[in-house]
Design a protein around this ligand. Structure first.
Ligand code: PEP
Length: 249
């Protein structure tokens, strides 16, 4: 299974500006072009805020780095002020859409059912959803981690034939932006469980990313685990050198 290609995605969250992005993108391009062999076995992607997708598209077109959105609307068009549809994102050649990030779930009340619907919508238009799931600290301490994971993934597992085309990101909420990382063993336990749930739906090949304070110093030990196929990176994705060091790990 370790032959599965690796994927490292940068979630820029609500950070950046035209000027800052330009510097970051130039750094990513310069280094990946200088030593392409170092990145031969890893797919790289970045997810900026919506207004910067055109900038990112222009900078990265023709490069080995792809791009995506941090969220998508549940709806395809119409009277949904402030929302951005999958079709609009396809106009900017987005390959990926993060759906169900814990910040969307907690600040915007997104449910697992809605997250699965977003994944279905993305897939229907040829975009790959990166479906985020993860338990809170309280849920972990109460011993409910695997039950929560199964509950969050359940509507997604019902996607049917298209399930094999998603990416899953396991992001323990207590590890996001906190500097606390799950140990490789803690992460692997959950990844193996997710793998088994996917296997039961004939989709064992789905890439399962880990997210939560990944940095170059801890990436290699996480990536060494059997069922960790890459990372969704927040804070460390805002620095080109650090992001690429994670990719190389
Ligand atoms: C994230 O929000 O997807 C994330 C993993 O953030 P960080 O790397 O900053 O913990």
């Amino acid at each position: 299974r370790k032959s599965t290609s690796r994927l490292v995605v940068g979630n820029w969250k609500m950070n950046g500006s035209l000027a800052l992005n330009q510097t970051l993108l130039a750094g990513l391009l310069e280094k990946t072009k200088a030593t392409p062999e170092k990145y031969a076995t890893v797919q790289l992607a970045v997810c900026p805020s919506f207004p910067y997708l055109a900038q990112v598209q222009q900078a990265l077109s023709g490069s080995s780095i792809s791009w995506g959105a941090q969220d998508i609307s549940l709806y395809t068009e119409g009277a949904y002020t402030g929302e951005v549809s999958v079709g609009m994102l396809m106009d900017f050649a987005c390959q990926w859409a993060i759906v169900g990030h814990s910040e969307r779930r907690s600040y915007h009340g997104e449910t697992s059912q809605q997250v699965a619907e977003k994944a279905r919508l993305a897939l229907s238009q040829g975009m790959t959803p990166i479906v985020c799931i993860g338990e809170s600290l309280e849920q972990r301490q109460e011993g409910n981690t695997l039950a929560i994971i199964e509950q969050q993934l359940k509507p997604v597992l019902a996607l049917g034939e298209q399930l094999k085309n998603i990416v899953v990101a396991y992001e323990p909420v207590w590890a996001i932006g906190t500097g606390l990382t799950a140990t490789p063993e803690q992460a692997q336990e959950v990844h193996a469980f997710i793998r088994e749930l996917l296997r039961q739906q004939q989709a064992p090949q789905v890439q399962i990313l880990y997210g939560g304070s990944v940095k170059s110093a801890n990436a290699a030990s996480l990536f060494a685990m059997q069922d960790i196929d890459g990372a969704l990176v927040g804070g460390a994705a805002l620095d080109a050198d650090e992001f690429l060091a994670i990719a190389i790990a």
